[in-house]
Design a protein around this ligand. Structure first.
Ligand SMILES: C[S@@+](CC[C@H](N)C(=O)[O-])C[C@H]1O[C@@H](n2cnc3c(N)ncnc32)[C@H](O)[C@@H]1O
Length: 247
């Protein structure tokens, strides 16, 4: 892979689990702000990018502008197949996250566990709110990659703001696991042990048997009669902020 062909580098990066493809201004901005190692920054109009960065992200604007190389609009379109805000894409190295070691060490919690989620947009939105609410980490079981470009778009690049990684199973974790389920008892901060893992189920099927069996408590966000459940990312947001604001 030649350094002189940035498009080839970005194309090849999509299948590489050591690299992350960042699509759009906010993803690139957050990545830089939270210390990402950027390997490539490509913009259709580097001058416009500099103007946007000076206006919206002066803390990282100069770094961004200095790194940007020009890319043709058609090349960007062929590379991403989605609308890319700010017409900028970047390639970064994913930080190494040792999830078993993180869970074994004592930590402040909460750690958000998404139990086999299906929609990368939900995964991204959950990462975004986990970063904002200062969760300790976010981990995912199942096949969805929390570093997929679509999840990075959904998170606006906030994968770089907290440890984000994958886990084989919700069973046998060294931290207390609290299950979030519409059929649980009403959420209260004193029912969540320090350092807890908060497990959220999949969009359609809810929590796995492993997560249910491992739970030290099963808690719910109370809902009015007739409402079955909240959207996964909305539930993560409500629980994290409910705990944060009442502790
Ligand atoms: C769309 S819901 C899954 C609905 C699924 N049909 C079920 O029976 O659980 C996705 C996840 O969001 C969380 N969730 C949604 N509404 C909730 C509520 N009212 N209380 C606690 N967790 C909730 C749960 O973790 C749930 O597994």
């Amino acid at each position: 892979m030649s350094n002189d062909d940035p498009l080839a580098r970005l194309r090849a990066a999509r299948g590489n689990d050591e690299l992350a493809v960042l699509e759009g201004f906010h993803a690139v901005k957050h990545a830089l702000r939270f210390g990402a190692e950027l390997l490539e920054v490509l913009a259709v109009d580097p001058v416009e990018l500099e103007r946007l960065a000076a206006q919206l992200a002066p803390d990282v604007g100069a770094q961004l502008a200095a790194r940007a190389r020009r890319i043709g609009a058609e090349d960007l379109e062929a590379l991403t197949a989605v609308h890319v805000p700010g017409e900028v894409v970047a390639l970064a190295r994913r930080p190494r996250v040792d999830v078993p070691a993180l869970l074994t060490a004592p930590g402040p919690g909460p750690v958000v566990l998404l139990d086999s989620p299906r929609h990368l947009g939900n995964v991204g939105a959950a990462i975004r709110v986990a970063a904002a609410a200062q969760a300790e980490a976010l981990v995912v079981t199942g096949t969805s990659d929390p570093w997929h470009p679509a999840a990075i778009r959904g998170a606006a690049g906030l994968q770089f703001a907290l440890p984000v990684g994958r886990l084989a199973s919700a069973a046998g974790l060294p931290r207390p696991l609290v299950a979030l389920d519409p059929a649980g008892e009403p959420l209260r901060a004193d029912l969540v042990p320090p350092g807890a893992v908060l497990a959220f189920g999949a969009e359609r099927h809810g929590l796995s048997e492993e997560a249910r069996a491992a739970a030290v408590a099963t808690l719910a966000l109370p809902m009015r009669d007739g409402v079955s459940s909240l959207n996964l990312a909305a539930a993560v947001a409500a629980v994290l902020y409910g705990l944060r604001l009442t502790r």
